[in-house]
Design a protein around this ligand. Sequence first.
Ligand SMILES: Nc1ncnc2c1ncn2[C@@H]1O[C@H](COP(=O)(O)OP(=O)(O)O)[C@@H](O)[C@H]1O
Ligand SMILES: O=P(O)(O)OC[C@H](O)CO
Length: 499
Amino acid sequence: MASYVVAIDQGTSSTRCIIVNRKGEIVSVAQKEHAQIYPKPGWVEHDPTEIWRNTLEVIAKARIKLGLTTKDVVAVGITNQRETTVVWNKHTGKPYHNALVWQDVRTEDMIAEMAGDSGLDRFRAKTGLPLATYFSGLKIRWLLDNVPGLRQEAEQGNALFGNIDSFLIWNLTGGAKGGQHVTDVTNASRTQLMNLETLAWDEELLAAFNVPATMMPGIRPSSGLFGTITSEVMPGVPITGVLGDQQAALVGQTCFEPGQAKNTYGTGCFLLMNTGTQIRPSTCGLLTTVAYQFGNEAPRYALEGGVAISGALVQWLRDNLGLIKTSADVQTLAAEVPDNGGAYIVPAFSGLYAPYWRADARGVIVGLTRFVTKQHIARAVLEATAFQTYDLLAAMQKDAAVELVSLRVDGGMVVNDLLMQFQADVNNVPVVRPSVTETTAVGAAYAAGLAVGYWASIDDLSANWGIEATFKPAMAAEKRSKLLHQWAKAVQRSLDWAD
Ligand SMILES: Nc1ncnc2c1ncn2[C@@H]1O[C@H](COP(=O)(O)OP(=O)(O)O)[C@@H](O)[C@H]1O
Ligand SMILES: O=P(O)(O)OC[C@H](O)CO
């Protein structure tokens, strides 16, 4: 049998195992959703043990579909929802608490105290990130301060911190019996505890967030050996690629040249532009982050704009309002009307992220009249994602001082042609959908395969990329500016809501 790379894509909504061949094609997939736990308004948790169980299950299923033995697998890559924080006991493997998901806003009250007189940008120079509920540092601190006995456990060296990548690697490589406690530079860059230049945990940051260094995983390049799997699901196979999911998508889209950008439409929506070896600070509310580091090469950096709620708004329409049965139904419903009927939704469920960074914002639906129907609401749901992306793109073009000639897209929502066309229209930039839209998993596979010589160089990867569809802007300028004007007003209405 031919040889393959296995990628595990642990996302916010589900866990997937995807098996990739040398052409970057997906030859087998298995996927499982996990529970979203909302203990209070604004709080979002996952059960790490459920995610671990699902990971084992999807690996087994994807392998069985293809009749794959471990001999056929050259390497494993892992990509994951970033920032989501797990702390577990190193002797038992048991988490001390559910994972605090990146969207969780329970640390909101800690921000003002941390910011002090320096403001939200207190740690931006070292980390590229503003103070926000989003990143792991405050989440770790919340756990240490609120889970009885945890701080003492951490100080005694019994408690380990990890994002989901670390938690999975540790379990796959032996768990309490010698599991590797490691992460990669891209994930570490989202904790707000790593220095972007040194690529090491920063003592001053650890002290400011009051996090003991003993909890922290070793930081490795994104492509290289992380450990060898001992779990019976794939014993003996090396894990040689790890990337946060948005950085993995950048790699999967083969955006290796400075100035190339992609937008991933999943639960949230994330626009990343490769800025090469340069750490480019943002003045427009974007993040500076590590894009990838392959082996001993210099790290590559990116500018990033992320919004918390995009596909999640479709799920909300489905699960909370019951207006659609499946996510795909949103397109059918929205296509029954020619426009939004004057309704706009700003899905600030977790506050607003880039470029606004307003933790006090909450979701609003504005422009309601008796004319507005569920069809208009469905349309407003899709348009909200496109408008939020427009805001990111505008900030990105200012920060990077480049004009994008096209936008490469991927993620679960890009099957939606109505959304893709509307995106091209409001951005006034062509939207390019590649033949493989599971770029997150493919990116992790690429990092893993490069490390073991399955692909010789990034040129091999770029040769695998191809276009499936291009959506060209077709909206009159006047209509476009009217829509964007109304959107900007709607955003203002969402601000200053949470006290
Ligand atoms: N046809 C569709 N139209 C709009 N949204 C969709 C469609 N299909 C899936 N989605 C949304 O895409 C998201 C899943 O995308 P995915 O990339 O799998 O997310 P994640 O990696 O965050 O788990 C879900 O929020 C879902 O509601
Ligand atoms: O699970 P996704 O694809 O929505 O991605 C989540 C991001 O990594 C959060 O930063």
